[in-house]
Design a protein. Structure first.
Length: 278
């Protein structure tokens, strides 16, 4: 295709508009920014990518993205640096447009999950994206977001996942109380992460797989509930959990960043659930 050279062209404006939620909903598509995220979007067969945009320089720098897109029949457009910058100033001259991702709680529960991350009222895009990435890295089966949480297709969320958004199911728009009921009915223990928790995460790791009665067992199928960045979990949200767990702080830090605490909790469960070594 001819090189795109006009940063004010309608195609360029349409791609840039996908940074806004209303435009994403109208189009049913979202923008993927940066080589890592685009590489993963192109590589995962279940993601429908319509277009990839690169400059001549970024095409030479990331030839695997261009080859991967062409192998899947995805249209690859070359544009000037000004055009790619107009589409997204944060994309390092690599942009893609894909259909909105859709996963359902029915599908997640149908796969008999053992580890889930539930984001309740998480509104910071960077934190939400990092928790999705941590969920992927820890081997969680899915990430679930309540309706009060940030839009997972927000460009900042997508960038923060570093491609993990395309690796595991991410279910959005959930009612927390209703979701917790379904998760518990499916056999998952509901643990709320909160600094005021009665259970210490390290103590739970010490007894994982042989926890006494009344003590959460990290080796059991678990859904971790994480709250808002500023105020944590509301009282009514903590009350939904089977237990409230705190991450121990041994230094002088007042608290942990939400995404950091979530990563620690998810990895604790991942370690407790790993198969016994021969």
């Amino acid at each position: 295709m001819p090189e795109l050279t006009n940063p004010r062209a309608e195609r360029v404006k349409a791609v840039r508009a996908l940074a806004g939620r209303s435009a994403r909903l109208r189009a049913g598509r979202f923008v993927v920014e940066g080589p890592q995220a685009v590489r993963e979007a192109v590589a995962v067969g279940g993601v429908r990518v319509h277009d990839v945009y690169v400059t001549e320089q970024s095409a030479q720098r990331y030839p695997e993205i261009v080859r991967g897109a062409q192998d899947r029949g995805i249209r690859v457009h070359t544009g000037s640096a000004e055009v790619l910058d107009a589409m997204s100033a944060d994309a390092q001259e690599v942009v893609a447009v894909a259909d909105l991702l859709e996963s359902s709680l029915d599908d997640v529960l149908g796969a008999a999950p053992r580890l889930l991350a539930v984001l309740a009222h998480v509104r910071d895009p960077g934190n939400a994206g990092t928790v999705v990435r941590a969920s992927d890295a820890a081997g969680a089966d899915a990430a679930l977001l309540t309706s009060e949480s940030v839009d997972v297709h927000n460009p900042k969320v997508v960038r923060s996942t570093a491609g993990s958004l395309f690796h595991l199911p991410v279910v959005t728009g959930l009612d927390l109380a209703g979701a917790v009921d379904r998760l518990r009915s499916a056999g998952l223990s509901i643990l709320a992460a909160d600094g005021t928790g009665e259970h210490d995460l390290d103590d739970l790791l010490d007894v994982a797989g042989a926890a006494p009665a009344g003590v959460p067992d990290l080796a059991a199928p678990t859904a971790w509930v994480f709250g808002n960045e500023a105020w944590g979990l509301r009282d009514e949200d903590r009350a939904l959990a089977d237990a409230v767990v705190r991450v121990p702080i041994r230094g002088r830090a007042e608290s942990l960043n939400l995404a950091t605490a979530a990563t620690v909790c998810l990895y604790a469960s991942s370690r407790a659930q790993r198969p016994a070594r021969p």
